[in-house]
Design a protein around this ligand. Structure first.
Ligand code: HEM
Length: 475
């Protein structure tokens, strides 16, 4: 029989478990969505489970999402939750290695660097990279791993846009290996355990130093040679940003912020685009619909993609949005509780030192909020009016994405509140440009008619064996 352990005083109910310390890690890890839904039926929206000795207080429903996303700084800390995973990868002095007020300033810098003007410049770059990459798919028809392809394409396009041509030109050789080694240290195990002596962590640490120097050298070289015409975010941070104190960013801080941006965007955007193509392969009639939309808006399938035309491709937009509803890459939003927190409207208290988490995928995939919630239906967003939605005051409207900034929205793939994603406009520009370029040349089908299951063992929810069969449209 599973162990029944009493919750602490006023703590939400505790899920029984078999093995001390390990707690519910195995059942949760195999299928988290099922685990959270089943326990929700049993205990309601608030319950605690044990994960490798940690007390994970789970808050579900729209109110649960809001409680975590809008938790006060004095109650709950993101840096305490994410530090062990991120600081060795991103580096010192940025993101979760600094006080939250400094992170807020750093996020404002990046947001300003992702200006509409820069996003405009990125679209032709992404289109060109995508065409070049897909020119390798030169058979009439073949089977490919769509997740692997998207991971390669996302790092190529992100490095070109965010870091500039120097980094992109090294992507095919030295930089790819450094990135690979650094990425090997961005694993769930590093969230759970501080600095384990694993070979992958040693490679991670070496790669971090190499990457930092690589970026710092580029900034120095640009200064020495007077190169200032760049649209990349690294250049923007190096020349245009000052803290409120009047201090400029050091080269090391710029390098570390850029590493953080690359890592934050890589798995999120590559899994999202892979799932989007898998859903299209499941619904192949959508390929013609996407091409029709492009012909209507752009006049032809040869017209260059631009910021303004891309904005009008609403079916493309809705495919990304629906993919993010069903397969948000980040499942768990976690904070460490630094002061006892009362759950509003209940008698529950979340004790200091526990972790509090919400799982927005549960509301996003719930029939309570969406008809046939598990079905991929991009048309459900057809009449969605961005203008009528509640927004964060400081959320810049780029016209891309930005479902709703309210933390009570059932769909929150980019989070909400002070830790909300600032990469969303870039992610939409990147994924939509890849999608629009791809459908001009290819149709997809699922390989062996099999829609992949979710792999929950990785940092982001990835598709297992994501094989697709492409066929060239012109054949
Ligand atoms: C934060 C999702 C792409 C940079 C977040 C959060 C989510 C998220 C859910 C909130 C985390 C939390 O509250 O704990 C996504 C998804 C993406 C994406 C689904 C793509 C489909 C990007 C890109 C960048 C980026 C491309 C950078 C260019 C950040 C940053 C934060 C963040 C800096 C803030 C972290 C904080 O304040 O604690 N993202 N992201 N993201 N994301 Fe993204």
């Amino acid at each position: 029989k599973a162990m029944y352990v009493s919750p602490r005083q006023n703590e939400p109910p505790l899920v029984p478990y078999w093995i001390p310390f390990i707690g519910s890690a195995i059942t949760m890890g195999i299928d988290p969505i099922k685990f959270y839904r089943d326990r929700q039926k049993e205990y309601g929206n608030y319950y605690t489970y044990i994960l490798f000795g940690r007390r994970m207080v789970t808050c579900l429903g729209a109110e649960g999402n809001n409680l975590v996303f809008n938790a006060k700084l004095a109650d709950a800390s993101a840096e305490e939750a994410y530090r062990s995973l991120t600081v060795p990868v991103f580096g010192k002095g940025v993101v979760y290695d600094v006080h939250n007020s400094v992170l807020m300033e750093q996020k404002k810098f990046v947001k300003a660097g992702l200006s509409v003007e820069n996003l405009r410049a990125y679209i032709p770059m992404i289109e060109m990279e995508t065409k070049n990459y897909l020119s390798r798919w030169n058979k009439k028809s073949d089977v490919q791993d769509i997740h692997k392809a998207m991971a390669e394409l996302i790092i190529l396009t992100a490095s070109r846009c965010l870091l500039g041509e120097e980094v992109r030109s090294k992507m095919d050789e030295s930089f790819a290996q450094i990135f690979h080694d650094l990425d090997g240290g961005f694993k769930p195990i590093n969230f759970l355990f501080d600095d384990l002596p694993l070979p992958s962590n040693r490679l991670r640490d070496k790669a971090h130093v190499k990457m930092r120097h690589f970026f710092i050298d580029i900034m120095k070289h640009r200064r020495d040679t007077g190169k200032v015409d760049s649209t990349d975010v690294m250049q923007y941070l190096a020349t245009n940003c000052q803290y409120k104190s009047g201090r400029s960013l050091t080269d090391m801080e710029v390098a570390h912020i850029m590493i953080a941006m690359l890592m934050a965007g890589q798995h999120t955007s590559s899994t999202t685009s892979a799932w989007a193509f898998l859903y299209l392969a499941l619904n192949p009639e959508l390929f013609d619909k996407l091409r029709q939309e492009q012909i209507e808006i752009l006049g032809s399938l040869d017209a260059p993609l631009t910021y303004d035309s891309l904005k009008q491709l609403t079916l493309h937009d809705n495919i990304v949005r629906e993919t993010l509803r069903l397969r948000p890459p980040i499942l768990h939003i976690i904070r460490k509780v630094v002061r006892d927190m009362t759950i509003p409207g209940t008698t529950y208290v979340i004790p200091k030192d526990a972790y509090v988490q919400c799982i927005p995928a549960i509301t996003a995939r719930s029939d309570e909020f969406f008809e046939n919630a598990e079905e991929f239906n991009p048309y459900r967003w057809k009449d969605y009016d961005l203008q009528n939605k509640e927004r964060d005051d400081d959320l810049v409207d780029y016209g891309f994405g930005a479902l709703s900034a309210s933390a009570r929205s059932p769909v929150l793939p980019f989070g909400a509140g002070r830790h909300r994603c600032i990469g969303e406009p870039f992610a939409y520009v990147q994924i939509k440009t890849i999608l629009a370029t791809f459908v001009r040349t290819f149709n997809l089908e699922l390989h062996n008619n099999k829609f992949p299951e979710c792999d929950f063992t990785t940092m982001m929810v990835q598709p297992k064996q994501p094989m697709v069969k492409y066929t060239r449209v012109d054949c």
